[in-house]
Design a protein around this ligand. Structure first.
Ligand SMILES: [Zn+2]
Ligand SMILES: [Zn+2]
Length: 271
């Protein structure tokens, strides 16, 4: 059994209304041993990009709150601190200043914007083919990981395939293999991991992020660090599809999944 959900959002994220107490209750009910909160912090997020949501984390208040809860839940569940940072190459200095100022157990680096645009919205696809738009998303991941390295795993690597005009129905790894070769080799060389994000299962993909073609290539290239998270923005999705996620990883040849404590990986057996 997977003992922690490494990707969760609460009302500290501007796109969630979940109370931390309710998320904790659900985690305890599900028999989790650890609890990670990874609320959004997206520096330089244009307010018009996502209907006025700003995705700025009140980090001091967030960490104080988690520190109080840590005491309160001692003996029931271990609370660890996390954040999901929106990465973009032009903000790497500001990202570095942020991760130097605040300490977390675990940092997910994610791509939510490309050239100031959120691939969630149709304007991102205007004037180019879907494959070109997806390639631009993956190319920006490669730029991001060259510019900034103070994170632990890259989040939902193929998030963009949820939103294109035909979504993932024409998915063909060969169209992107060159980009993934660069991304995955760089992540592995830098000691970074990836996450298996089960939101794909409840957001219409039919499988967790990233596609198993990407998982397989990561494994073949020697990748070993992989965290598992639901990306739940409400308690009912906490731990969603973790049985299936575990089977998928075993099927791809992984034997361990990863938790982070104080930014260091801990490897736990699958199966
Ligand atoms: Zn995300
Ligand atoms: Zn998230």
């Amino acid at each position: 059994m997977i003992i922690a959900d490494c990707h969760l959002h609460s009302e500290f994220s501007s796109d969630s209304h979940a109370r931390i107490a309710d998320l904790l209750h659900q985690a305890v009910q599900k028999g989790m041993h650890c609890f990670y909160l990874t609320d959004h912090h997206d520096i330089d997020f244009p307010p018009e990009a996502a209907g006025g949501l700003d995705f700025q984390l009140d980090t001091s208040r967030y960490l104080d709150c988690l520190s109080d809860l840590k005491e309160q839940y001692r003996g029931q569940i271990e609370i660890r601190t996390g954040v999901e940072l929106g990465l973009m190459s032009h903000i790497s200095d500001r990202l570095k200043a942020y991760t130097t100022r605040y300490s977390f157990d675990f940092i997910i680096g994610s791509s939510h914007l490309v050239d100031g645009m959120d691939p969630y919205y149709p304007e991102y696809y205007k004037g180019r083919s879907q494959t070109e738009a997806y390639r631009a998303y993956f190319a920006s991941i490669y730029e991001n990981i060259q510019a900034f390295q103070d994170y632990d795993v890259y989040g939902h690597l193929d998030y963009v395939v949820r939103y294109g005009p035909t979504k993932n129905s024409n998915w063909n790894f060969a169209d992107y293999a060159d980009l993934f070769e660069q991304i995955l080799k760089t992540l592995i060389a830098q000691g970074k991991g990836i996450e298996l994000n089960t939101a794909g299962l409840y957001k219409g993909l039919g499988y967790p992020h990233p596609h198993r073609d990407i998982l397989n290539r990561y494994k073949e290239l020697g990748g070993e660090i992989i965290t598992i998270g639901s990306d739940a923005h409400s308690p009912e999705y906490l731990g969603y599809g973790f049985g299936l996620a575990e089977e998928l990883l075993l099927d791809c040849g992984f034997r361990y999944y990863t938790l982070f404590h104080d930014r260091k990986p801990e490897f736990l057996p699958l199966g």
